[in-house]
Design a protein around this ligand. Structure first.
Ligand SMILES: [Zn+2]
Length: 219
């Protein structure tokens, strides 16, 4: 019989920890009091195969509609692209599910890319460059810093994300220079914020930067 010394209780069966305090149990575990029913675990591989199959079914259906219709339908083309995109995104989510900061970073860039693409498809006012992408950069930085704080990470651990975000954020000057951004202020402010973070890191946390680059780049 197992017992928890702290709660002064004995436990039948085989438990990993005390049901009251989650603390360690002493004593010998017994056979479980009730039969254990093994649930088939839904593995990552199974989830992906199911999603892939559904996506292929959807693509076949859309393709068939286009075929019977006799000509290419613009909206269906977009839908088919979105399905491929969603599937790739699911792959990314499953792959990075163990690392929240990495997952959010990768997802943010994928969504930015998608919004950029959708905006170009729709044409007209370039809201992606003007508002959405700059806001997403700021949100990404804030989220990264908060998650690092919550997860007990130090600046060194998230340095590579910060550097990458600064580099990617700076690319926003391209649409501004090309005159594609109808309202350059949000983008300019988000770039300035990224630069400010970079300046802070270089001036106050140079050692963190050095260790991080040594770790990742082997220099
Ligand atoms: Zn206990």
């Amino acid at each position: 019989m197992q017992e928890c010394k702290k709660c002064k209780i004995t436990i039948r069966g085989n438990k990993k920890c005390c049901p009251l305090c989650q603390g360690r149990l002493s004593g010998e575990p017994e056979y479980p009091a009730f039969p254990v029913i093994k649930r088939l675990p839904l593995t990552t591989d199974a989830v992906f195969r199911i999603a892939l199959f559904l996506a292929v079914l959807a693509e076949i259906t859309l393709g068939m509609i286009c075929f019977v219709n006799g000509r290419w339908i613009h909206g269906i083309g977009i839908a088919m692209t979105v399905i491929v995109f969603g599937l790739a995104d699911l792959m990314v989510a499953l792959y990075f599910r163990g690392n929240l900061i990495k997952l959010i970073t990768v997802e943010t860039y994928i969504i930015m890319g998608a919004l950029n693409y959708v905006n170009i498809l729709i044409a007209g006012y370039m809201w992606a460059y003007a508002w959405v992408i700059p806001m997403m950069f700021i949100a990404l930085m804030v989220t990264t810093l908060i998650l690092a704080r919550v997860g007990g990470l130090v600046l060194r651990d998230i340095m590579m994300y910060l550097i990458f975000d600064v580099i990617m954020g700076t690319l926003q000057v391209i649409p501004i220079r090309k005159g594609l951004n109808p309202n350059p202020w949000p983008a300019a402010i988000s770039i300035a914020l990224l630069f400010a973070i970079a300046a802070f890191v270089i001036i106050f946390r140079f050692n963190d930067l050095k260790t991080a680059s040594a770790k990742y780049l082997n220099i």
